[in-house]
Design a protein around this ligand. Sequence first.
Ligand code: SAH
Length: 354
Amino acid sequence: MTEKIESLEDIIKDEPAFRRQQIYLAWFDKNIHSFEEITTLSKDLRAKLKNIPWMTVKERVLQQSKIDGTRKALLEFADGRVVESVLMPRVSKKMIPGDKPRYTICVSSQVGCPMACTFCATGKLGFSRNLTYREIIDQMRYWQELLWKTEEGKVDNIVFMGQGEPLLNYNNVKLALNILIKGAEIGPRKITVSTVGLAETMNKMVDDKHWPPVRFALSLHSAINENRTSIMPSNRADFLDFLVDWSKRYHLAFPSRTHFIGIEYIMLGGVNDSPKNLDALIKLVQKMGSVKVNLIPYNPGSKKDFFGATPIETIKHWQEKMNQKNIICTVRRSQGLDIAAACGQLANLDKQND
Ligand code: SAH
């Protein structure tokens, strides 16, 4: 009879909280490369952890954009499944020669995605499974290690905007967030969780005392309900009314004045970019309290794609109109377009040529 292989969770389930913390801290320590090297743990515990893999992701392919230096990795897990994860350098005007860039990483929370948004390449893959909390944080550890090796700088911003719908994997995402905040010492304001908008889970989140005060972003893409349903099949008939009501509760739960609700809006030519759409968006966000609108130029997916991009003049016009109404509005700069690493293009390298 073969012996059951114990998982990390089996081994540490009865350990006190501080022991777990020691492990979480060690995962982000540049000088520790195995459980055996965590000298704060007892010898006995270290022996038990001997066969547990130190990393749950393995690099299968790594690509780099020639335009802006964005890197995209295809990462493989123990079961052979893969996700994509992205590293984006942030160049700031304040940088002086010799300064190392800061990096934002875009992490995945599921293998594939069941939400089937019509404009998103990941949606076309369908859903395979949720990632474990380790598979989520190990994307960060993978990028950090790469930057350590090349002495290029550090990751200081994390967006959950890779493959998958984070709120469908609530418990793993929550644990990963808490470990990242404590272990990697990334402030909660430097982490953004982006969602398609799942009402029940959004309710659960605002009531959850253990959900950390990370930034929240909603993929809105239309403030006209039928229009939203036509591009996002997961939309509910009463979603926009719910959103207004929910926003009030969100602001009560996270009262800091700098805690905006992020609104993401992909501009799809002839689909959601009419003057009527703009009016509806302005009316909606004015009811939502403190928000920050981020207009996203559409990034084409596969060759079979049927959406077109909105002209940049229209996007600028929307931005001006919103600024005139005192609504903070930015336009997202797409990074990594030449290696299909931009928003909505994450479709796993081996499937891209289908
Ligand atoms: N499921 C989550 C997180 C992944 S998507 C969500 O929907 O928010 C991350 C962001 O990329 C979202 O705002 C998403 O709507 C946007 N996106 C998807 N496809 C895109 C495309 N083709 N061009 C530009 N942005 C896209």
